[in-house]
Structure formats: structure tokens, C-alpha cells
Design a protein around this ligand. Structure first.
Ligand SMILES: Nc1ncnc2c1ncn2[C@@H]1O[C@H](COP(=O)(O)OP(=O)(O)OP(=O)(O)O)[C@@H](O)[C@H]1O
Length: 630
């Protein structure tokens, strides 16, 4: 701590004067506002306080830092710079004279961070200046560690990895190991090697649960010049095989199925209800008004009979042993009812066309409960194929052949439901093989139920698959791996020194957003070829963080797999980043409320932190998550 210079003293006096002038306007609270800007608007100088609500006083305005366009000035400009901000239709210009990030304790000003340093008020000794900011910052990686993106197909495998690639061609393989231990890498090397050995006519595929990982896999294969291997998300693959078989399916997939509905349709307890249903209805159900000429052993109308039957749904729920609440039965039947209604445009087809157009050009049902009229759920594809298989079996016939591939890699296999695995099994040609890669600790899809690896290989029809557990960490710095393990296993200590990890606890979400913006800007200027990801717990949190950060630097939001795998900053969420990696990873919501001590939280935080190849930043605007206790 050191003495104050004249400018520092002026800032303190100014802030105290401002505080006393607005005190009467403030609600009682420990943090009345978070920041201050003095702006030269061209006509006069004004003080603007950044708070969580808007309020205007005679000499000063309070703006909501999350919604007010003017808040951008605080994030995006330095003192002395001319600013330009769009406010509605207008362009507002001026000069940022001063900005101060403020800290309060029980309503009293105790900290000012600004271009003239960090000023702290000590209750006994008064104000003093702190050397540095007193906050740890992420250090950029060294220039020698900066390498452009490399496809895992370009790395040289270690002997244990190579042994898996060299297993006899007819063996299926189950590849296990912690995050970043090379499961995807080995799976792809083996697939490419099998393709090379088999020569022309070989058909291979990779099936993954997320769009982001499918894009990355495609990129990795392209980088190596590998051709002739299909890369699918499970959903796209299932639709591609279902539509030619079940001709009566509507073109649209639903958008409003709740997590409960999806969980029920993916739950193993559905199986016995499907078997009962087929016993009662050995022939596919028909729409009496619009009979189809489809020869498939299951029809869309089966879905209506099955999922529209409240007592059948209650039986599924009873079979889940308490995993699903009773209320889901009504949700499923109501959702099914809507799916079998006509879209408003079809129902009112007799009305003049122009009367059925909306101002915004969207469908009439968009955003209403009717939005899912005439739609199918992605989960229905596996259900239909299971009905079809059961009926074929009951009549001594063979189910429709889907066998296309000589080898299929199923990556992040812990995320697939048993019925989906059983369907995937059908795409493997007789004599073909499966390469399964997964890590049960990374199971983060809350709508799925991981049945254990024995059940996975059984569903895929390869109980004899060779198990290989990879044991060398290639992705994360050692202290990140130690932290990741301690997150999964309560009581296990993290590393004693954390050179690749930075922890920052902040007074408020505003302070966090400001410091994160500063940190990301300086990292991007010091290490411009790096990939940076801010990984939030939920898509909603990612949207909020992206809104705050985009004031300060260019940022991409990736919530539907739209990763670009190039340098720059991406804001995303845990569900999206399975299988991906970034040079710098920041978890901005590592708080007790976001990551409480539950199994789901442990797995989600484990996935988030293990995406980092060089540096990990943990930030919280409240109490730390108990999973991160030092
Ligand atoms: N033998 C190796 N030499 C150098 N780098 C390797 C080697 N094996 C894997 N890697 C690298 O390690 C990183 C992690 O590999 P990979 O993505 O295959 O791990 P994973 O086990 O599938 O991870 P996750 O569980 O997160 O999906 C990648 O950058 C990959 O290129």
C-alpha cells in the first residue's frame, strides 16, 4: 500500500461527493451502483452511474448496465477516447473523460479501480493506493507453446494408443479414459487405418451427439485428406434412416418437447411398454381417414396410440423407479395431442392465403403451444425402429436392413440412450465393427441415462469388444487435470500450486463482466492466434455473458454447434463443448449457486475445465462452488 497522489485524492473526493449527492435516491443496499463514468457529450459534462436499474436525478443518471446501450462505453472505451454508441435510431457521440469501477461494503465506498490505480479504503487507516490491482490475471502462454490447430490425425501415437489401432480388423473396441487422454484421436486413427487396409468399397462413419463435435471431426478428417467417411450427429443420422422407411412422418421436428418428455422417450423403462404395445397391436396402426400405403411395420399413428395413452405413460414412469415424476405422463399425452393436430395454415386452408400470413413472416403457430402441430420428436425415430423390430421378430421376419457401414465410431458414447445404441447397431454391416469412445464421468446430457459400459456394448451387439483404457493425458496442464479429478472425487486434493489456473472472485456480475472483458482483450492482443472459450453452465447464462462481453471485444456465441475452430473468442455452454478443446478456457459462473455439490454439477464442471489446453480461468460473482474449494 502507498500514499495517494493528487489525482488519486481527487478521484476519491469526487466519488464521495457523488455518493452523498445521490444517497437520498438510493434504496438501502450494500452495493448501490457498480461503476461511474464522466462523459463529455459535446454540450456538457455528465456523470453516469452503472447500476442494476435505471433512474434519473437532477445531476446524475443511473443506467442499467445489462440493458442500457450507453453501458457499452464503459466496456469498450478507455479514458480519453471518443465514443459512438447506437441508442435506438440515434448515434450518440462524446468523449469518455473518466471511468471508475467501484466497490462498496455495507453501503460505504471502499474501492475504486481506474486508470490511476486501485484505491482501497481501510476502516482504521483511511484510503491508500494498492500496488497493482491485487487480482491475479491469466498469463498468456509462451510464444514457443503457440501452435496452429493440429488434427489429432497428425499426432504420433504412443505405443499403448498404437496397440489399439493395430488390433485385428475384425475386433470391435471400447476406448475409455479421462478427458483429453486421446480417445477420439485413437478412434479416428483406427477407423482410417481400417479404411486403408480394406481399400475401395469400405464404408465408415463417425456418429457423435453434438453438432460442434461433428464439425470438428469433419475438419480433422479433411485436414488429413481423408475421404469416404461419413460424419453424423445421431439426430441427423436417425432422421436420414427413418424417413425413407416410415413414409408417413411429418417433415417438421418438434421444438417444444420438454426435458421430461425427452427423458421419458429415452428411458430404458419405455422398452417393456413397447413390447406390451406390440403384443396388443401386432400390425401397424393406421390413420382411418388417411390410410397410408407404407409397408413399414410401424407407423406414425403408432406414436399417437402409444404416447397419447396416459395409462401406458404412467406405466413407463412407474418403471423408472422414481427417476421421472408422475406429472410427465400428462405432459407427454398433451404434447402428442398437439403433434397430431394440423398446423393452423392447414386447418384454415379454405381461408384466403393473405389472411394467413403474419406480419413477421413466421408461421402462425410460431411461439404458441400449437407450434409443434404436425411434427415428430427426434426421439421417435428410435422408438419407431424398435416397434418395427419387435413386430418383425414376432412374425419371424427380419427387420428392415439399415446395414451400411463396415466400421462405425461412436464418440462420446456415454450420451446415447439404450434405444439409440440399439438402432445404431443396425447400421453396421455383417462382419463389421464398432469403435466406441467414451467417459462416464463426462455424461452431462440430463435427458439421458447412462446404463454402464457392459450395457453399451451389449446394445451395440459387441459384448466381446476389446476394452482399452488410455492412461496418458495429452490435453490439459497437470494442475488442471488434478483439479478436474478433485472435482469428480470429493476429498481428493487438487494440485498444491496452480500455475495454469487463475481464480477470481468478484463483487458483482458487473465487476466480473468488466474484468473479464479487460482480461480477454489483453489476452487477445498478447496472443492473437489463440482460441478462447467462455464456457457457461447453461445456454441462458451464455447469452447473458455474450451480451455483456460483446461491448468489449468481438465475440462469437456458439449454442447450436456453430464453432469455427479458429482464433478468437467464443461464448458457449457445457453441453456444447463435449470433445472440443481451446487454448484458454474461462468458467465465468464457478459459483455455489451454479455448481452446487451434486453429481450433475461435478460432471458438468469436469467437462468445462478439461477443455483447456493451456490456461484455465475460474471466476465467480458470489461464493465459490464447493467443488472448487482449495
Ligand atoms: N499421442 C499423442 N501425441 C500428441 N498429442 C496427442 C496424442 N494423443 C492425443 N493427443 C492430443 O490430445 C488432445 C486430446 O485428444 P482427444 O480429443 O482424442 O481426447 P479425448 O480423450 O477424446 O478427450 P474428451 O474426453 O475430452 O473427448 C488432442 O489435442 C489430441 O490431438
Amino acid at each position: 500500500m502507498s500514499c495517494l497522489n493528487a489525482e488519486q485524492q481527487r478521484r476519491i473526493d469526487q466519488q464521495l461527493r457523488l455518493l452523498s449527492s445521490v444517497r437520498a435516491m438510493l434504496p438501502r443496499g450494500s452495493t448501490p451502483y457498480f461503476g461511474h463514468m464522466r462523459l463529455d457529450t459535446g454540450m456538457r459534462e455528465v456523470d453516469v452511474l452503472l447500476a442494476s436499474t435505471m433512474r434519473t436525478g437532477p445531476a446524475v443518471s443511473f443506467i442499467d448496465w445489462q440493458t442500457a446501450p450507453l453501458a457499452e462505453v464503459f466496456f469498450a472505451y478507455d479514458e480519453g477516447e471518443e465514443y459512438e454508441v447506437e441508442v435506438g435510431e440515434r448515434l450518440v457521440e462524446g468523449r469518455l473523460l473518466e471511468k471508475n469501477l467501484l466497490g462498496f461494503d455495507a453501503g460505504e465506498l471502499v474501492r475504486i479501480d481506474s486508470s490511476v490505480g486501485t484505491l482501497l479504503r481501510h476502516m482504521e487507516t483511511g484510503w491508500a493506493s494498492l500496488e497493482g490491482s491485487g487480482r491475479p490475471r491469466m498469463t498468456p502462454r509462451s510464444p514457443s507453446a503457440r501452435r496452429p490447430f493440429r488434427s489429432p490425425l497428425e499426432v504420433r501415437l504412443d505405443p499403448a494408443q498404437q496397440r489399439v489401432v493395430d488390433l485385428p480388423e475384425h475386433r470391435s473396441v471400447l476406448l475409455l479414459g479421462e478427458a483429453g487422454f486421446g480417445k477420439t484421436t485413437v478412434a479416428l486413427h483406427r477407423l482410417v487405418e481400417l479404411q486403408r487396409k480394406a481399400g475401395r468399397g469400405f464404408r465408415g462413419a463417425v456418429v457423435v451427439p453434438t453438432e460442434g463435435l461433428s464439425r470438428l471431426t469433419r475438419l480433422m478428417l479433411e485436414r488429413r485428406g481423408v475421404e469416404g467417411i461419413d460424419v453424423w450427429t445421431y439426430e441427423a443420422w436417425a432422421a436420414s434412416v427413418a424417413r425413407p422407411v416410415f413414409r408417413d412422418l411429418p417433415a417438421r421436428e418438434s421444438v417444444n418437447a420438454t426435458a421430461g418428455i425427452v427423458r421419458l422417450k429415452r428411458h430404458p423403462a419405455l422398452r417393456s411398454v413397447l413390447a406390451d404395445y406390440v403384443r396388443l397391436r401386432p400390425k401397424p396402426a393406421q390413420d382411418e381417414e388417411r390410410p397410408t400405403r407404407s409397408r413399414a411395420r410401424a407407423s406414425r399413428v403408432d406414436l399417437e396410440h402409444l404416447f397419447g395413452d396416459r395409462s401406458a405413460m404412467e406405466r413407463v414412469i412407474a418403471g423408472t423407479g422414481g427417476a421421472l415424476p408422475q406429472a410427465i405422463a400428462a405432459e407427454v399425452t398433451e404434447h402428442t395431442r398437439i403433434q397430431f393436430l394440423d398446423m393452423t395454415e392447414v386447418e384454415y386452408a379454405h381461408v384466403r392465403r393473405e389472411n394467413l400470413t403474419t406480419v413477421d413472416g413466421l408461421r402462425i403457430d410460431a411461439g404458441t403451444p400449437m407450434e409443434d402441430a404436425d411434427s415428430v420428436d427426434v426421439e421417435d425415430y428410435a422408438v419407431l425402429f424398435e416397434l418395427e423390430r419387435l413386430r418383425a421378430e414376432a412374425s419371424g421376419a427380419k427387420p428392415t436392413s439399415l446395414a451400411t457401414y463396415d466400421c462405425v465410431v461412436i464418440d462420446e458414447a456415454q450420451e446415447f440412450a439404450p434405444l439409440e445404441l440399439a438402432l445404431l447397431r443396425r447400421c453396421v454391416r455383417p462382419g463389421g465393427t464398432v469403435i466406441i469412445a467414451g467417459d462416464a464421468a463426462q455424461q452431462v446430457d440430463s435427458t439421458s441415462f447412462f446404463p454402464g459400459w457392459d450395457a453399451v456394448v451389449a446394445e451395440l451387439g459387441v459384448p466381446e469388444a476389446e476394452r482399452a483404457v488410455l492412461e496418458v493425458n495429452y490435453r490439459c496442464p497437470e494442475d488442471v487435470t488434478a483439479l478436474a479429478r478433485s472435482i469428480l472425487e470429493p476429498g481428493r486434493p487438487a494440485a498444491r500450486t496452480e500455475s495454469a489456473i487463475t481464480r477470481g472472485q468478484h463483487e458483482s456480475p458487473f465487476h466480473l463482466a468488466v474484468r473479464l472483458t479487460e482480461e480477454l482483450r489483453s489476452l487477445q492482443s498478447e496472443d492473437p492466434t489463440a482460441s478462447l472459450a467462455v464456457v457457461c453452465r447453461s445456454p441462458e447464462a451464455a447469452r447473458t455473458v455474450e451480451r455483456a462481453l460483446r461491448h468489449g471485444s468481438p465475440v462469437r456465441l456458439a449454442l447450436d454447434g456453430e464453432f469455427e475452430f479458429r482464433p478468437g473468442l467464443t461464448v458457449t455452454c457445457v453441453q456444447e463443448v463435449k470433445g472440443l478443446e481451446f487454448d484458454y478456457v474461462i468458467v465465468p459462473d464457478a459459483s455455489a449457486s451454479t455448481y452446487p455439490d451434486t453429481r450433475e454439477s461435478r460432471r458438468a464442471l469436469y467437462v468445462a475445465v478439461t477443455r483447456a489446453t493451456h490456461r484455465l480461468g475460474l471466476a465467480s460473482a458470489g461464493a465459490w462452488s464447493p467443488l472448487l474449494a482449495p
